[in-house]
Structure formats: structure tokens, C-alpha cells
Design a protein around this ligand. Sequence first.
Ligand code: FES
Length: 665
Amino acid sequence: MSAETVAPEGAEPRSCRVDLQPVGKRAEVPAGSTVMDAARRAGVGITSVCGGQGTCGRCRVVVTAGPLGEPVDADLRAFTRVELDAGHRLACRTPVTADLTVALPRASLLGDQRLQLGAGGTGEGEAAPAPAIRVLRALMDPPSLTDQRGDLDRLGAALRTAHGVHAVQAGPAVIGQLSRTARDCGWDVVALLHGRELVGVLEPGRTVAGMAVDLGTTKVAGYLIDLTTGAELAAGGVANPQIPYGEDVVSRLAHAGRAQDGAQVLAEAVRRGLDELAGELAGQAGLAREQIAEVVVVANTAMHHLLFGLPTRQLAASPFVAATSAALQLRAQELGIRIAPGGLVHSPPIVGGFVGADAVAMVLACELDESAGVALGVDIGTNTEIVLRHPRRAGLTATSCASGPAFEGAHIRDGMRAADGAIEAVRIGPDGRVALTVIGGGAPVGICGSGIVDAIAELRRVGALNGRGRFVPDRPGVGIGRDGLQFVLAAAEGSATGQDIAVTQADVNEIQLAKGAVQAAITALLDATGTDPAEVDEMLIAGAFGSYLNLDSALDVGLLPRLPNAVYRQVGNAAGAGARAVLRSTVQRARARRIAVDTGYLELTTLPGFQARFARAMGLPAPLAPDPAPPAPGVNDPTAATAAEPAPATSEPPGHVPSLPSQGA
Ligand code: FES
């Protein structure tokens, strides 16, 4: 390996250049920074589960030019000797001491993931919009030597006369916009009012919009809404920019508490992300940022607190209480989100624990609060929220569990997000052939959440996994890989990475932990409210992962209770739909407040026997049916897996009792 630039002898350069390939980005960083720091500075997202602690092994890069230091312990754990000699390193552990060129494998990049941006929920957008922002035309008296009133007084008088609005207030930035716009438009303006507060002034005829945001631990979905017509003008999504600091709520809170400015760094990252999203959506719709008058954000409690700069220390320790549960309203300017000069950011109230306004929004969008029957809403994500509505017994009750990022493809050896190249569906035929469906087609890069759930359901069905989730060594297709027993889905020669893409024993354990957490939380909620599963009339599965999830596979692995398929409904991004409803309508905003107040919170860690329940939930249920037909033709078949006979249909208890994936621990 040749050095591209050599540092002066005996002295480290003050700053070093890092070229990131193949993305073609470059960053200058102080010597001693890490490659991960350089990628962050260049705006390139590198996969990270542990937040740069060197423990997850996911931030894999290859140093292709520049001095290659000795591998550290974390590198030795993550790579083979051959890989280390070829320049493979962990980005978060690799110091930059001179100019470097670094190759980023596709699987290490936080690529454009598939976001469920669809409608979500039920009954959205039927009523005429009645947003918190009022859009009022005002014909102002022009000033003269005999009329020396100020511009704001002049607008106030016009609004009083035309609309009966009294005592309008505004900050300096809005008054500046008023003075300019009034003179540009011949004193004929449109005032954007929140209550009596002027948040912006526009020329007549311009669209006034609001942005609704579902701020997830992993994904951020945004929607631009015309506040006059209620129409959706644009939609888009990005990965949560906090991911490089940890892929789950626990590591984010740990980062916030560990580093001196950790919370500030996380707040700035997500605020910058929302600012960029506003710019992107405005661009898509052909609007200027100043035409966005309000942003409504729904998020779980941790994401909510980090965004608004609220203390998070108490969230990270039992009893995991919020700093405030109330609805919040801040000026967008204070958060660095560039919209109308007096524009606001609103969050509906949160319920309790980690159940935030996103769960409230899901209830709102799915009309769970008005359900006549027993209904259960589950938003499966890195943090899973579950809300039960039992009209005859407990009303609304919510809980949440830390299901971790395994369903997002993290913590899985060959896992990746649901982006191009991800295996999203797996079928194993009676002859042992493996049929894969890959997002975007082509050779697979890795496996995403729905793919790994599918794979485990299939492996259990053909007997390659037993009820404890252990590989059965003598089953066809089960072999030994570099991490022990595994089942190869795509052999090296057929994969885009040139390496086997396999399900390992550790991967199965990760999914068992994640699905066990969800399953235990659902059953605990049902039991705590005295609800028999057979009473459930409707089961709503929300969120991006839930939208693409193969329901049969989810039932087969025990992620979801085995209820009749007709009970289930995959409703898309219901939290996003709820955020849009709150943005469009003050009636829905008030309803969100009522939902938050009326929803009881169930803290799982206080329930007797919950640990044992969780341990039981980690087992894989016995397969229901004999092998179905072989895989459909026309799908990828890049593996060398051979025939597998079904295993005896037995369900054994889990082999070990893991510790509960506590959200705050
Ligand atoms: Fe580098 Fe986890 S090992 S981010």
C-alpha cells in the first residue's frame, strides 16, 4: 500500500484529507480523528450499531491508500488475517494520521432505505383542513406623512377590520419579512397566524404548507401538506442522522450521557436532519422554505427529548420517566430548522415511559380510540410501541419494548437496511433449494429485517432449526462457517460482496431476542388487561418493517400471536398519518391530547414473572404445516444449499435465559 501524502518527518500534519470512495466525498479532519469522524464530516453515513465504541463490528471500511496502522483488538475480532492484511479496518477505530483513501463497502453505507411513506391508518384527510396556522389575507393602509403607524400596527388594524383578529404579536424576523413583503406587494399580504402570533407573511397566491414528521429511532419520514387544501405536496425520508452515534435508543441515551456535549451533538444531528428534510420537501414541491409555517413531529420519548433538548439522564435509569409529558411548541428557529421566520415546531403529548407521541399518532390515525371492538396496534421498530383498546374493560393501554435494531438488519452478521441489494424474502423448497427475493433485483448484498424473519421461519419449517433456535447440524444446508454453524442463503460466487451471505447462529439468537421482546410485551399487555387473545377483533401492524413483513413468517416465528389472518391489517406508517392529521386539524390536535391523557401506561419491568415470560417467548414455535410447494421459478437461486427434510414438529423451551432488553438500562 502506498502513501498518497507523506506527513513531514517527526510531526503529524495539523489536518489530513480523507477521500471516501466510491461515494466521491472528501473531508479534512484534524490528525488523530477517526475515519468515522471524517465520514461524518463529509456527510457520509456509515453503519454503526454501537455508536463508535468498537463493539458492533459494522463500520467496516478498506484503507486503500495511505499509512495502514496496526489493527486494534476490535479489528482483530471483526476481520480475518487476510482481510486485515488487505486493509480492512473498523472506521470508528482507525485513526487518521495522514492523508487516506478509504473504500466503503456497500453494506457499510447507510444507503437509501425503503421507507413506508404510504397513507397509513384509516380515515385520514376526509374532513376539511382546520390547521393551527390561519392563513388570512389583509389589505393594509399604506403609510403617509399623516399616517405614521408602524407596519405591524398597520397589519394589526387590517386584520382586526377584515377578520376580527386583535392584538397581533410578532418577533423581529417576522416584522422584517412583513415590511419587505408589504412594500413589494402594494400592502396586500397574506398573514400566517398561530393564535395571535404572526409567524410569517407572504404575497397573496402563494401556497402555505406545513411539514409532518415521524421521527423514528432509525428512520425519519416527512410529509409536506398544503394547509389550505390539506393535499400532500411532497413526501420523503432519510435515515435518522443520529445513527452513527448508536443504532438503538439505549446507545443514543448512553452517548448523550457519556460525552460532555453528547446530548448537544445528538440534538444538532437530528435538527440538521429535519432542516435538510424541510429543504428537500420544499424543493420537491417547488416551494420556498418560508412557505412552511409549522412542523409537527411525533417520536418516541427518547427521540423527542433529544430533539427538544430536554434532559435524558432520568430516561436512562429506572423508572424511566419523561422530563415532561406535555405537548410542546418551540420556534423552529431555536432548533435551527429554517422555515417561515416565526414558524413553530409542535409535538403532541407523550404517554409515559418510552411510549411517545408516535404511539398517540398511531392511535389517532387508526382510530383505535374509537374502536368498538377489541383492537391492538403494534408499531414494530427499533423501539416497538403496543397499544390495546378494550372498550369494555381497560380503555386504551400502552406499553413499549426495546426490540433493538435487528429487524432493521442491524446486529445481523450479513444484515443491512431494507435498501437495494437486500434479501427481503426467502423460501426454502422441499429439495433444499433457496429462492431469494432481492430489493431492486440483482445479486444480494445482505439481508434485511423481513428477509431474516422469513429465513428463520423457513429454517424452522424445514427442520434446520429446532425449537430452541439452535441449528441442527446434520440437516442439509447447515454447515460450519467462520462464525460457527450457519445456513448459506447466497454463496460467495452469487453475492455482490464476494462472500457468503448466511444466517448464523448468532443471527438467529438476535432475532429470538427481538421477537421474544415483542411477543412477551404483547402477551403481557393482554394478560395485564385481562384480555383473551381470542377476544382481539383487529390487529393493526404499523411501521415500515411491519408493512413489508410476511405475516405468515411473523406468525411462524412467534413474533405475532397466532390469530386468524383476517384479524390482521398492515396499515403502513400510521404514526406519520397521525402526524399529518395533527398538522391538518386542530380538532385532531385536541383529540391527540385526549388520547395521551386517556391512555394508561404499562411498565413491563415491574410485572412479576416478566423475565420468565420473555425467556419463554424466545423459543421458536413448532411448524404448523408440511412443506408447501417448491419456490416459484424466476427468483434468484444463487446458493448451493441442498435438500432438507422437515424436522419433527416439536417445540422445546429456550436454551438459555437472556437478560431482558431493557430500554433504559
Ligand atoms: Fe465501529 Fe461499532 S464497531 S461503529
